[in-house]
Design a protein around this ligand. Structure first.
Ligand code: COA
Length: 350
């Protein structure tokens, strides 16, 4: 048997109609549409689920009703952890599978309602009741922050859409492995939340904000970055396993920040830091194609919306849950168990 590289880099684990990450070209296609051209969260969920074989009518109404039902059944004990991903994992784990589509809808509703309820609890606020007639993003924003601003809701909607799915990333692969055993979608999503909780997957936006705070002014950017690299540290929000050019999601989120308006000085600082990081990294690693990834502008956008960095990973999960359940449905239809092999490097039989 031929040994594969550690980390399964370059190994194909599935054929999917859900998303295509083109690393050299810097393009992302979600079920036939480029990431720049996607519609609202509800439209994109429906697009993704149809591609996965989940026929879905009246999604906004059903998702709204599911948010209301989830808020009514939240168990306060599951929200107790100070870590949002632990709270999310505990809340989602309390669900049971019904039919495939109903479970998918309840999982998407549950991740958002649980995130909002946990966030309110952390801030000592009382979460209001979900509005089943609101868009998913607008309702999530109002539940989290008590904020009904349409521009911030549109920005949050763009964020949820932009991170909805992304090829065979670690949490999606995890969800597919669980689904491939014939287990239920709730278990698959709980496992995926566990994978997303790790700092190597989706954990960079908080440190990106720390970096912006530390640099403080555009003229400090180049020297700060050079010092970080000289100290052997990585620049957060830069580099990607697949993209060899700028992550296309960075451009979508940057546009969303501009459309949101707000703190122009912060955006100017972010752009100066990005440009300094790209320049310094290009000089240091001319052949590696290290460039801006999605997490750089995720940090700036979520911060501009008014969401605290503690909630960045759970809110990523709110968007990505729709992708996970699509992959679960698609994997189930293959009927194939995912079961790789390992190379034994232990002691020989004595
Ligand atoms: N800053 C500085 N150097 C970086 C870097 C970064 N952000 N990303 C990669 N490199 C360097 C590595 O140090 C390594 O150099 P070396 O061979 O001299 O040790 C080289 O580029 C290749 O890195 P590697 O770890 O093999 O790349 P990967 O594909 O496994 O890692 C990431 C991809 C995303 C983990 C990596 O780019 C990273 O740590 N980025 C910062 C964290 C981040 O933004 N994560 C969010 C990703 S969406």
């Amino acid at each position: 048997m031929k040994a594969q590289a550690n980390g399964l880099e370059g190994v194909i684990a599935a054929h999917t109609a859900l998303s295509d990450v083109q690393g050299e070209a810097g393009q992302l296609v979600i079920a036939g549409a480029s990431v720049e051209a996607l519609g609202s969260f509800e439209e994109t969920v429906a697009r993704l689920w149809r591609a996965a074989g989940l026929s879905v009518d009246e999604l906004p109404r059903r998702l709204g009703a599911a948010r209301v039902a989830m808020a009514a059944q939240l168990d306060p004990r599951a929200l107790a952890s100070e870590n949002g991903m632990e709270a999310l994992r505990a809340c989602v784990a309390q669900l049971s599978e019904t039919d495939e589509l109903d479970t998918a809808i309840r999982l998407v509703a549950a991740s958002s309602v649980a995130t909002a309820a946990w966030y309110c609890r952390q801030r000592g606020a009382t979460m209001s009741a979900p509005d089943p007639g609101a868009s998913h993003a607008a309702d999530l924003l109002r539940l989290m922050l008590g904020d009904s601003d349409a521009r911030r809701a549109a920005a949050l909607d763009r964020y949820l859409v932009t991170v909805i799915d992304h090829g065979m990333n670690a949490s999606t692969f995890t969800a597919r492995v669980v689904a491939s055993t014939g287990s239920d979608a709730v278990s698959a999503v709980v496992a995926a939340i566990g994978a997303l909780k790790g700092p190597l997957h989706g954990g960079a936006p908080g440190p990106v904000l720390d970096m912006l705070d530390a640099i403080a002014a555009p003229q400090n950017a180049v020297s700060w970055i050079e010092q970080e690299l000289a100290a052997g540290r990585r620049i957060m929000g830069m580099g990607h396993r697949i993209y060899r050019t700028r992550d296309p999601r960075a451009a979508v989120l940057e546009r969303a920040i501009v459309e949101l308006g707000g703190d122009e000085r912060r955006l100017r600082l972010a752009k100066a830091v990005e440009s300094a990081a790209r320049g310094v990294l290009r000089e240091k690693y001319p052949d590696r194609g290290l460039d801006t990834n999605v997490e750089f502008y995720t940090a700036v956008l979520l911060d501009a919306i008014g969401i605290d960095r503690r909630a960045f990973s759970p809110i990523f999960a709110c968007g990505r849950t729709a992708g996970w359940v699509a992959h679960v449905a698609e994997q189930r239809r293959t009927g194939k168990l995912i079961r790789p092999q390992s190379v034994y490097v232990g002691r020989s039989v004595e």
